[in-house]
Each structure stands twice: as structure tokens, then as C-alpha cells.
Design a protein around this ligand. Structure first.
Ligand code: NOJ
Length: 553
């Protein structure tokens, strides 16, 4: 039977699924500099991805999302793009990209690339032109330049703080105007009210669509449009401040016009391509606006990610995500970790497992690794049971912890420097992956070089020690992803059984899922057949151990 471009066969269910592959996809995030190093320089690259495509296929990933690999001075690990249409030599070439894309497609995996539209690098040609041009020029009009306050313009135009700490404005040396950067000074914000910026990014989308990508993860999707008057704001412009806290730099209504334009561009290409919003927006209803039928297809569900190990809040986050997305005809996503947050195997091992630290440094509370991993696996089993699409962050399938003792001397995250070390920052979740326990650099590359040092704990979590080992975190992920696909959980319908203060108890497609958040073992219903446990012997003597989860049939 010939399939239309928007159809696929779900082999586990012998169904032809029409459109919307993303609706239940498991999407694997690759942070290119830390995934695998193909040329031995200590920095991960596209060749490293190519070398491990079989691994990703074997894991059961439907798609991969790559964080930026574009030309960049790396002021923010590539989220500062100097040329949107080329690969940074650190990561390879456009030809490597095409080979990677072909290799993924040949294995039935889709590829999503990162688009960074809120800001360019300060080394982007446009910004150089803007600095060289006069005030009020077309060149400056692509960014947000303003005169300063004070008698001689010596004060920033408003009081906004950068997400990474310090003022969100830098004064340029040429004629004393200030430019806005919600992140690092090396990341000047673009002016999205300028039609030239809109046209340029539609062209960038087409550049990558023409190469065959399946979608884009949109960086800072809630930040492109600023309130026209740039009014003062009484808080740090932190992306993580939720609770309906909507500063004049975030989630402005006009931003949606941009995404309607992009939706139309993707539609020209057919074949189910997607836009995924990285939007730190709350409440869930505001976030759902980004996935209305003429805008994006997905938005990361950061509410679920940030609630921590807490059954009441998890259930609330699950319910509100499902209902607000359903109201606009979208499905939701589930995320527990990414390259910006403390890995969940470590977060859940903190004395307060709902705490949300901005990185963890050597002088701070150190997580309980065993407890953290146990809870992480339980949360993961819950996540894979939920209807919608699940995002996994490279290394979580190995149970990797955060590197919590990185010395200041090796840190690279601008948020560490801009807060004078008050925030440890994000380096601890970005450490190169361990592929082989017996090789230098744990097999990250051929030479043993790694751009950040790996913690001791990584050695026993290397891929070669987990592959084929029953009960390992890697085999647990493989099994859960395969069962999830076989049972169609991603397209299922969730219902809750009971609400216990220390228990989550839900059903989806004939599967009952129990998560024990309490301190004592919980009695399971008589005659339950255990399909999958979050760890070996989670179920014993008819009881579910504390901090574990189970799928029953
Ligand atoms: C969100 C990205 O995930 C993060 O890594 C980056 O620092 C900021 N956006 C700025 O681009």
C-alpha cells in the first residue's frame, strides 16, 4: 500500500497513522558538543552523531533534536549564532550535516534543528554593520538600540536585568547608544518589529527545510517581541519565573503573528514538519497559545519539569497540560531534563526534591545519587506512560547525574561569570557522555580529550557497561520506549484512579501506572500483572517500594 507523505505505519500496532508524527514521538535531544567527538579534539561534533545513529535507533527515538551547531564564537555554547546558514568548523561541515540527516532518515528518525531568533551573536555581520552605522539607521533598526538615561546618557535605557545576571543593556563604544541583550552581551536582541528581520528568518527556515530537516526547536520563543515602550520591570528577567509573572520582555501577544508566518512557511513543504516552542510561559493556558493550529506544533512542558518530586503538583501539571493543549487541538510534551537544568537524577536526590537550583557547585548541598536515580527512573516511567510526546536529554538514558563538583577554573557557562559565581550555572549537565568505561575520556572521542572533565561516577555508567545488562538504566529506557510504542500510550487517554497524598495512580490504554512517593511500600491490587518496573524488585511481596513506579496490566 502506498503511503501519503503525511502517513506512516506504526509497526507495533499495524496501523496507518495519519499525520502528526510528533503527537506521540519520543524525541532525543543531542547537545552536539557533549554527545560524541568524531575527530578527537575534545568537542563533540556531527561526525560523532553519525557514528552513534545506530545507538539512537536502538534506543527507540522517533526523532532527534540538535542544539545549535552553527557558526558561532561560542559565547553561550552556540546559542549565539554568527551565521545561521553554515556549520561551525568545531562541529564539522554542511556536508557532515547532510550525511547526518540522511543517516537519521535512513533509520526512520526525524531531525529537528535549533533556531535562535531572539538574538544573533555580536559577531554576526548584521551587528557589526549596526555598530558601524549611525543612530536611526536601517542597520541599527535590526536590533534594539536606544539612547541612555541620565544627563549624558550614561545610564541604561531601562532597568532590565539579563537572564544571565547583570544589566540587560551594554553601551556601545562608537556613539554611546545602548543595545539590549536579554542574555549575554555577546547576544544582542533582534528587533522583531522590523520586516527585514521577519523576512531573513523565513529565509533561514527555508534554507534548512530545503536540506530536508523535519522541524525547528525555537529558542526563547516567548521573547521575540518586547513591549513597545520598554517600560521598567521590577524583577530580574529570569526565564524561570513563572506563576503568571509576565514582564514586558516576555510573552507579548504580537509574538504569535511571527509563528503564524512560520507555520505557513512549513506548510509549503508538506510532510509534517514541526515547530517546537521553548517558551517559559505560565499559566498553561498562555503556553497553549503557542500551539494553536496555525502556529507551532509543540511547546516544551516546563511546568511538568519544574514541579519536582511531588505527586500533588505533578498531577496538577499533567492535568493542566492535557486540558489546555486539548482545548487548542494540540497534544502535550513531557520533559524532565535538558541542557539548561540540573539533571533530574540529581535534582530528585536533593534533601528537598522540589528545589530548583541554578546548577550545583562543589560547596553546595550534594545530592544523594542513589535516591536521585531511583526517583528519576520512577518519574521517567511515569513520563513514558503519559499521552503526548516525550523529550529525553542525552545521557538521561544512562542515569547520568549532574557534575556537581566542577571547579570554577573549568566552568564556561556565562551565567556563572555574570553572577560572579553565585549561580553554578549549566556546565554540570553538559559534561561529555561516557561511551566506554575502559577508554580514555570514557570513549567520548579517540584521544581522551573532553571539553569539560567527567565526574568519577560516569565510569560505571558508560554505555558499554549497560548495554545488554538487564536492569541497567539504558535497558530500562529501551524497554519502556518500546512498550510505550507497542501499547500506543502516546496516543492513549489518561484517567486517574485515586488521589493519595503519596501516590499517583492512573490508567492509559489498559495499563495501570502507580508511582509511590511515600516512605513505605504500598500494597498493590491483588492479581496485578507487572509489565514494567522502574527498577529491579520495585515490586516485592505484592508491594511497590518507596520512590519507584510500575506499569500493571
Ligand atoms: C535557551 C537555551 O536553551 C539556552 O541554552 C540559551 O542560553 C538561551 N536560550 C539563550 O539563547
Amino acid at each position: 500500500m502506498a503511503l501519503r507523505p503525511d502517513e506512516r505505519v506504526d509497526p507495533s500496532r499495524q496501523l496507518v497513522v495519519r499525520g502528526g508524527w510528533w503527537r506521540d514521538a519520543v524525541i532525543y535531544q543531542i547537545y552536539p558538543r557533549s554527545f560524541a567527538d568524531g575527530n578527537g579534539d575534545g568537542m563533540g561534533d556531527l561526525q560523532g552523531v553519525i557514528d552513534h545513529l545506530d545507538y539512537l535507533e536502538r534506543l527507540g527515538a522517533d526523532a532527534i533534536w540538535l542544539s545549535p551547531f552553527y557558526v558561532s564564537p561560542q559565547a553561550d555554547a552556540g546559542y549565539d549564532v554568527a551565521d545561521y546558514r553554515n556549520v561551525d568548523p568545531l562541529f564539522g561541515t554542511l556536508d557532515d550535516f547532510d550525511r547526518m540527516l540522511d543517516g537519521a532518515h535512513a533509520r526512520g528518525m526525524r531531525v529537528i534543528v535549533d533556531l535562535v531568533p531572539n538574538h544573533t551573536s555580536a559577531e554576526h555581520a548584521w551587528f557589526g554593520d549596526a555598530l558601524a552605522a549611525a543612530r536611526n539607521s536601517a542597520e541599527r533598526g535590526r536590533y534594539i538600540f536606544r539612547d541612555g538615561r541620565g544627563a549624558s546618557g550614561e545610564l541604561p535605557p531601562n532597568n532590565w536585568q539579563s537572564v544571565f545576571g547583570g544589566p540587560a543593556w551594554t553601551r556601545d563604544g562608537t556613539d554611546g547608544q545602548w543595545y539590549l541583550h536579554l542574555f549575554d552581551p555577546g547576544q544582542p536582541d533582534l528587533n522583531w518589529r522590523n520586516p527585514e528581520v521577519i523576512a531573513e528568518f523565513q529565509d533561514i527556515l527555508r534554507f534548512w527545510l530545503n536540506r530536508g530537516v523535519d522541524g525547528f526547536r525555537i529558542d526563547v520563543a516567548h521573547g521575540l517581541i518586547k513591549h513597545d515602550e520598554l517600560p521598567d520591570w521590577h524583577q530580574k528577567a529570569g526565564q524561570l519565573e513563572g506563576g503568571g509573572n509576565r514582564g514586558p520582555m516576555w510573552d507579548q501577544d504580537d509574538v504569535h503573528d511571527i509563528y503564524r508566518g512560520w507555520n505557513a512557511v512549513l506548510a509549503e513543504y508538506g510532510g509534517d514538519r514541526i515547530l517546537v516552542a521553548e517558551a517559559w510561559v505560565s499559566p498553561a493556558e498562555r503556553l497553549s497559545r503557542y500551539v494553536r493550529s496555525d502556529e507551532m506544533q509543540q511547546a516544551f512542558n516546563f511546568d511538568f519539569m519544574t514541579v519536582g518530586w511531588n505527586p500533588v503538583e505533578m498531577r496538577r501539571a499533567i492535568d493542566s497540560a492535557l486540558s489546555t493543549n486539548a482545548a487548542v487541538g494540540a497534544t502535550t510534551t513531557w520533559v524532565l531534563s535538558n541542557h539548561d537544568v540540573v539533571r533530574h537524577a540529581s535534582r530528585f536526590g536533593l534533601a528537598d526534591p522540589t528545589r530548583w537550583p541554578s546548577g550545583i557547585g562543589p560547596d553546595e548541598e550534594q545530592p544523594d545519587a542513589t535516591l536521585g536515580l531511583r526517583r528519576a527512573r520512577a518519574a521517567t516511567l511515569l513520563m513514558f506512560a503519559l499521552p503526548g510526546s516525550a523529550y529525553i536529554y542525552e545521557g538521561e538514558e544512562l542515569g547520568l547525574p549532574e557534575h556537581t563538583t566542577l571547579p570554577a577554573t573549568v566552568r564556561q557557562d556565562p551565567s556563572f561569570f555574570r553572577t560572579n559565581g553565585a549561580e553554578a550555572g549549566r556546565d554540570g549537565c553538559r559534561v561529555p557522555l561516557p561511551w566506554r568505561s575502559d577508554a580514555p575520556g570514557l570513549g567520548f572521542g579517540s584521544t581522551g580529550a573532553t571539553w569539560l572533565p567527567q565526574p568519577e561516577a560516569f565510569a560505571e555508567l558508560a554505555v558499554n557497561l549497560q548495554e545488554g545488562v538487564a536492569g541497567s538504566t539504558l535497558e530500562f529506557y529501551r524497554e519502556a520506549i518500546a512498550q510505550r510504542a507497542r501499547l500506543g500510550l502516546g496516543r492513549g487517554r489518561l484517567s486517574w484512579n485515586t488521589v493519595g497524598a503519596e501516590l499517583l495512580d492512573l490508567r492509559n490504554e489498559g495499563i495501570r501506572v502507580l508511582v509511590n512517593f511515600g516512605k513505605a511500600p504500598l500494597e498493590l491490587p491483588a492479581g496485578s500483572h507487572v509489565l514494567l518496573e522502574s527498577e529491579a524488585r520495585a515490586v516485592a511481596d505484592g508491594h511497590l517500594a518507596a520512590d519507584t513506579a510500575v506499569w500493571l496490566q
